[in-house]
Design a protein around this ligand. Sequence first.
Ligand code: SF4
Ligand code: SF4
Ligand code: SF4
Length: 261
Amino acid sequence: MNRKKRIRLGVFKYTCCAGCEFQLIFFQKKILEIFENLEIIYFRMGESGGGEEGPFDLVLIDGAITEAWQADQLKKVRQAAKFLLPIGSCAVNGGIPAIKNSTSELEMEKRVYQQIQPLHSMKAHPVDDYVKVDGYIKGCPMGEKDLVEAVTSLLLGKRANFINYSVCVECKLKGNLCLLIADKLPCMGPVTNAGCGALCPSYGRACYACWGPMEDANSRALAWQFEKMGLEPDDIFRKFTQYASNKLEFRKGAQLYGSTT
Ligand code: SF4
Ligand code: SF4
Ligand code: SF4
């Protein structure tokens, strides 16, 4: 990388809690080390000012798409960006906003707002439903390791080596006793993508899948296991729709116990 070349960065936020943008600011020291000479073109939370038209070397997208204007802007941003990465579960797989996807949009609006006339919301979509992406920074909030791997790989022109195995692998590497087997806790670790270091099981709590599904996750087998353990159908349904209900890997588990519409 030419030391004099500045990386033109854009950060855009759609529907989410903005926790991943906070993470970006929190990680700033490391990010600045990587970029050497970062030029923020657009990052509303980090710096005021315009620049949303770009052009950008790299764009990070925080949040799910739940309104038409967001999808329209996202397509324009994609055209102005060399590389584009969704950051965090909301942008990667619908995350928490996708909880609403298993209920009709009208019913959901009525439950939340007194006046629904001004609303123009739609179901929550991950970023790659609308535009091509150059990788995924998973996590809720996003993981630092994947972010650093993605950014350095893009800058070096090499393929990023993202983690693609389950939380159980990290859990076993830590030497944890399995909560699913030993304590009969309904842990989502077997179907959830690793990267968090098996944070919850390491503190005696069952994983609730905040990093989203692992590729080819066998959610049906885990759902049947939960049923054998005595979980009610509604509880099993919620386990697979709490995060990333858009993703087929989780829908396979949820659909055995309810309609994901
Ligand atoms: S992925 Fe989690 S931390 Fe990040 S914006 Fe969504 S809800 Fe917030
Ligand atoms: S506690 Fe959960 S994450 Fe850990 S090995 Fe058991 S099922 Fe997997
Ligand atoms: S263990 Fe599961 S719920 Fe906890 S941080 Fe990791 S992926 Fe998220």
